[in-house]
Design a binder for this molecule. Structure first.
Ligand code: FE2
Length: 410
């Protein structure tokens, strides 16, 4: 007599199959789950031949990015190279995604498309189920375009914001017309939140708006202020803003300018009771000073016609200044004063301040941008032009820093 397959199955495997069916079956009855973009993308760690795309999805997913030249061809003209998120040889599952794009040409525009595939079921190594992959709608030509940095470019244009402290409505006003500036990148110079208690605060405080306004198209260079050192989710900061060095301090070059981005650390002594014994920013500043000596000794730094420092807290120049600013004056300024720096850009004080050479034991000008203004900059080998603009678009201060006149004109 012919036996059925069911009769041949041993009891244990049959139970496993049944359990698997019961576990997966509810998925069919559920509303289809897809991963969508929750925030971003934003471009990090841009260089002449690479950039990193970061974005957040509405649910856990695996992702990749497809890249095409900006040559007028349809994105579907051919198969485009895929760049996968990769962590130690595996594709990670999560809701924050970081994909490095490499092997690019300087000063070249590239189109890119995000793809994300939701994790529907995670029963461990035995059973993982992913949904359908979703990407930007290419039939509607909805891709992003970003241009790599280029040292050969004759000028460099950027805007800087700082001390927003999670005021998204202010951030919206200050960035309302930023698209008309023909910027090449943006700078966030610290204290964009008051403290980071959850990563959702980063999204709600300014990053979602940045993703809607400019961050998919303009590289973003961010440094921490003292307030980004605080809060339960402050440890996630570097996951949201990865850098080329893997550290919160780094350099980049665009047009005639070499930029040094420094982490200011905390403002009070690390032992202050408000830091709960968790701050080690004295050590961080010492470590940076060692790194900074190597940077200013490098050919890449020396060869750049213009040298600009980005640092949230300015160096102390008065006896009543706090510990962090005093440490910046002690550790960073002797190195920078001997390095031929052309300009330092700071925040922190919540007021505009222009420190000319010598005002703060400085051999280069320091501009402190206020908390409710945006700084716009155009840099060429002869001149740095700076404008400080308020939330109504009114220009409050301008500086023309002539390199040949040693920056005395403004
Ligand atoms: Fe600050």
């Amino acid at each position: 007599m012919k036996q059925t397959m069911k009769q041949h199955l041993p009891l244990k495997p049959a139970l496993v199959l049944l359990a698997g069916f019961l576990y997966v079956a509810p998925l069919a009855a559920q509303e289809f789950v897809s991963a969508r973009i929750a925030c971003g993308p934003w471009i990090q760690a841009a260089g002449e031949t690479e950039f990193t795309v970061v974005w957040k999805t509405t649910t856990d997913a695996v992702v990749w990015v497809e890249v095409a030249p900006d040559d007028g061809s349809h994105f579907y003209a051919c198969e485009r190279p895929k760049y996968y998120e990769s962590v130690y040889g595996r594709r990670p599952v999560g809701d924050l995604h970081t994909v490095r794009i490499t092997g690019l040409a300087p000063g070249t525009a590239y189109r890119y498309r995000l793809y994300q595939q939701a994790l529907l079921l995670n029963a461990g190594n035995r059973r993982m189920v992913f949904g359908e992959a979703f990407g930007n709608d290419l039939l509607q030509q909805r891709h992003y375009t970003v241009t790599t940095l280029d040292a050969a470019r004759p000028e460099c244009r950027f805007s800087m914001l700082n001390d927003i402290h999670g005021d998204d409505s202010l951030f919206r006003k200050l960035t309302a017309d930023v698209g008309a500036l023909n910027n090449h990148f943006m700078i966030f110079n610290g204290d964009m939140l008051s403290q980071i208690e959850s990563t959702q605060q980063i999204v709600d405080g300014y990053l979602k708006t940045a993703g809607q306004r400019f961050a998919p198209f303009l590289p973003l260079f961010a440094v921490r202020g003292n307030h980004e050192h605080r809060g339960a989710a402050s440890y996630d900061y570097m996951r949201y803003f990865p850098t080329a060095t893997g550290q919160p301090y780094y350099t980049f070059r665009h047009g005639p300018a070499f930029f040094i981005a420094l982490d200011c650390g905390e403002d009070k002594p690390d032992s202050d009771i408000r830091y709960y014994g968790l701050a080690l920013t004295d050590r961080l500043r010492e470590e940076q000073a060692d790194w900074l000596r190597k940077v200013v000794a490098s050919d890449a730094f020396k060869e750049a016609p213009v040298k600009i420092v980005i640092l949230h807290m300015p160096p102390a120049w008065k006896a009543n200044h706090w510990h962090g600013m005093r440490e910046i004056a002690r550790l960073f300024m002797p190195i920078l004063n001997d390095a031929g720096i052309d300009l330092m850009l700071c925040g922190h004080l919540h007021r505009y301040l222009f420190l000319d050479k010598g005002d703060a034991n400085n051999r280069f000008p320091i501009l402190v941008n206020a908390n409710r203004t945006r700084l716009d900059a155009v840099v060429d080998p002869q001149e740095i032009r700076l404008s400080v603009v308020d939330a109504d678009g009114k220009t409050l201060h301008t500086h023309r820093l002539s390199r040949t006149a040693k920056y005395l004109a403004h």
